[in-house]
Design a protein around this ligand. Structure first.
Ligand code: ZN
Length: 200
C-alpha cells in the first residue's frame, strides 16, 4: 500500500542547502518510523542548528567577498571561528595569486612560531612541510589569535570543505601554540563535528 507523504529535500551545494518540500508516495511500512520518530536528543538538534548557522555564515562571507558558492571541485575553502562575538574567516592561500603572496609572510612567521614536534617527527624546514598553514582552518585561527591576543580553551570552527588529513595531523601543534585545548570542527556540510586536541 502506498500513501502520499510530504518530504523535505536538501538541495545541497556543499556548504549551504535549500530545504525543498515536495510530495511523493511511499509504502506505508516505510513512513511509520518517520511518523513516530521523535527527535529526543536535544543536544543533537542544537548541534544541527548550530552547524547550519555556521555554514550559512560562510556562505554569506563568500557572497560578500565575491567568491562563488562552495563546490567540491573548486580550489577554494573558507573556514570561520567566532571569538568574543567577532567572526574571523580564513581562506586557503591558493584562493588567488594575490592571497598566496599576501599571506606568505604570515605563514613563514608561524612556521617558526609553532613547536611541531610532536606530532611531527621532524621539524618542518619550509612551508611545503607544513601545508596546513596554507589551509583555511589555520588561517582563521591565526587571524583570530593575532587580532584577539589570546583565544579560549575551546573553539568551534566551521569549514565548507571537509577538513583534510594534513590539517588533522598538524593542527594539534598549532592549537598548542594558540592556547586552545580543543577545537570542534564542523566541516564539509556535516552536522557532526570532529574534535581536534592540542598537543600535550
Ligand atoms: Zn587541510
Amino acid at each position: 500500500m502506498k500513501v502520499p507523504v510530504l518530504y523535505r529535500e536538501q538541495l545541497s551545494t556543499g556548504y549551504s542547502s535549500l530545504p525543498i518540500v515536495g510530495m511523493g508516495t511511499k509504502p506505508l511500512g516505510e513512513i511509520r518510523p518517520q511518523m513516530f520518530s521523535v527527535k529526543s536528543k536535544e543536544g543533537r538538534e542544537m548541534g544541527n542548528r548550530k552547524s547550519i548557522n555556521g555554514y550559512e555564515g560562510i556562505g554569506k562571507f563568500r557572497e560578500k567577498v565575491g567568491l562563488k558558492p562552495y563546490s567540491i571541485d573548486s580550489g577554494d575553502t573558507v573556514a570561520s571561528i567566532t571569538v568574543n562575538n567577532k567572526t574571523y574567516f580564513g581562506v586557503n592561500s591558493t584562493i588567488t595569486k594575490e592571497s598566496q603572496k599576501a599571506s606568505k609572510a604570515l605563514r613563514q612567521r608561524w612556521l617558526r612560531e609553532i613547536e611541531w614536534v610532536p606530532p611531527k617527527r621532524t621539524a618542518p624546514k619550509h612551508l611545503g612541510h607544513a601545508q596546513s598553514l596554507a589551509h583555511a582552518e589555520a588561517h582563521s585561527l591565526i587571524r583570530a589569535f593575532e587580532r584577539q591576543g589570546s583565544l579560549p580553551k575551546t573553539v568551534t570552527m566551521y569549514v565548507d570543505r571537509k577538513t583534510c588529513n594534513i590539517c588533522r595531523g598538524e593542527l594539534p601543534a598549532l592549537l598548542k601554540r594558540l592556547g586552545i585545548d580543543e577545537l570542534e570542527v564542523f566541516s564539509g556540510g556535516t552536522t557532526k563535528p570532529i574534535i581536534i586536541k592540542a598537543t600535550k
